[in-house]
Design a binder for this molecule. Structure first.
Ligand SMILES: Nc1ncnc2c1ncn2[C@@H]1O[C@H](COP(=O)(O)OP(=O)(O)OP(=O)(O)O)[C@@H](O)[C@H]1O
Ligand SMILES: Nc1ncnc2c1ncn2[C@@H]1O[C@H](COP(=O)(O)OP(=O)(O)OP(=O)(O)O)[C@@H](O)[C@H]1O
Ligand SMILES: [Mg+2]
Ligand SMILES: [Mg+2]
Lengths: 227, 227
């Protein structure tokens, strides 16, 4: 489903260049639950942004469902992204002046469905992450972990075929974090493809596969065996 | 050093009121390393904001170094805060249009010292958190964990007598996170008072004392014994 080949990404900073991704190759099958792990600054979010069609590599190719993403126009990329991908951002990226509920409804506005269905789906998604009683709060009226859960709900409400979760539990206590990851596991069991970046070693056990990153390179691809 | 008594904090939200803190009592001695733990939404950041003089309780009293903080004017509170407290925010709160280095220098501008000394302290603080090669990056040019570490460096550069760390390792891998917490432990060994909110059970062992929060209340105060 996802095929990255020879991916490079650099940021020239005056006299120094930061090589965020160096010759990255990665193949992900439909329904996989892949965990990406690695030190701070090793390139995980950069990788996720490329997979999520939010950023383009300097070189190399990215095939999504057989199509070479590099061939798409900006409009086509946006459309594929909105239809296919649900992104849980490391820094949440919530709209500050609108409620949790409206933040979750927003990506659904790209899909054709009744307003009442959008509302219902958004409410259900927020209930699933334990925020039934926080729907009308603005992000500034939510705790850090509640904001993170709004970001999770927003990514899941559109039922995307690919879920990209960048550190989805960094601000959550153990129990709440586990509930979120178990949500993601269920999605992959139902056929959605999930890629989760995490620093929490306790979450590695949920993965079908674990990929390590170090200094911009994929450093290992051990199998975790059956779940 | 820090004495909270009968602290209440609520947020009226139309027909519903969120009771974020209910009758909180807490005494912290100089040089303590206190860890505050608890589920998402239990009131930890609200508590930290009150201790950090960023917010005021609805009722109850807060004595800091013997002075009743409620008696201070806004200007006096700001001055006490800038002189005494270093705050590591859960959401970092970095200035987006200025470099990591300038973000760390900023709180030092409240202290009287030469510009060259401010620069030197800021550089040292950034080196201590492993960001020597990221000093000129803007926050948007940093990874999540790097932004978190700039927030840590900024709080520590002014050598404050009270360090309030709200989830300082949520975006860090195990090794980098441990380095940050060991930094905080050293500060407390040198006489600074440290209060750290964390969801990571592996960090509880660093504490002199652990306080649990649940639904706005302090729910336990077990001693962890000697370090
Ligand atoms: N726009 C940019 N300009 C310059 N350097 C950048 C930019 N974005 C990222 N970087 C650098 O690229 C490296 C990889 O960043 P990335 O965000 O992918 O790391 P990460 O693995 O997600 O880290 P973390 O675990 O801390 O979130 C970092 O060292 C960062 O400083
Ligand atoms: N300005 C506000 N208006 C309304 N409710 C608020 C406001 N700020 C916080 N709350 C609510 O108060 C409760 C406590 O918030 P707080 O940020 O202290 O939690 P926390 O323990 O730090 O959680 P986390 O671990 O998720 O960061 C949360 O349920 C939150 O929704
Ligand atoms: Mg990242
Ligand atoms: Mg908090």
């Amino acid at each position: 489903l996802i095929n990255l080949s020879g991916i490079h990404k650099s940021y020239p900073m005056g006299s120094v260049t930061v090589h965020a991704l160096k010759d990255v190759n990665l193949a992900v099958n439909k329904g996989d639950f892949l965990v990406v792990s690695g030190p701070s600054g090793s390139g995980k979010s950069t990788l996720m942004n490329i997979i999520g069609l939010l950023d383009t590599p300097d070189s190399g190719s990215y095939h999504l469902d057989g199509r070479n993403v590099g061939d798409l126009s900006d409009d086509e990329r946006s459309r594929v992204r909105n239809r296919t991908i649900g992104f849980i951002f490391q820094n949440f990226n919530l709209l500050p002046r609108t409620s949790a509920l409206r933040n979750v409804i927003l990506p659904l506005s790209y899909r054709s469905m009744k307003d009442s269905e959008r509302l219902e789906r958004a409410q259900l998604a927020l209930e699933k992450v334990g925020l039934a009683r926080r729907m009308n709060h603005l992000p500034s009226q939510l705790s850090g972990g509640e904001q993170q859960r709004v970001a999770v709900a927003r990514a899941l409400a559109s039922n995307p075929s690919v879920v990209l979760a960048d550190e989805p539990t960094g601000n959550l206590d153990t129990k709440t974090g586990q509930e979120i990851v178990e949500l993601l596991v269920r999605l992959s069991q139902e056929g959605q493809t999930v890629i989760m970046v995490t620093h929490d070693p306790r979450l590695l056990g949920y993965a079908d596969r674990i990929v390590g990153m170090l200094d911009g390179e994929i450093s290992e691809e051990p199998q975790t065996g059956d779940r």
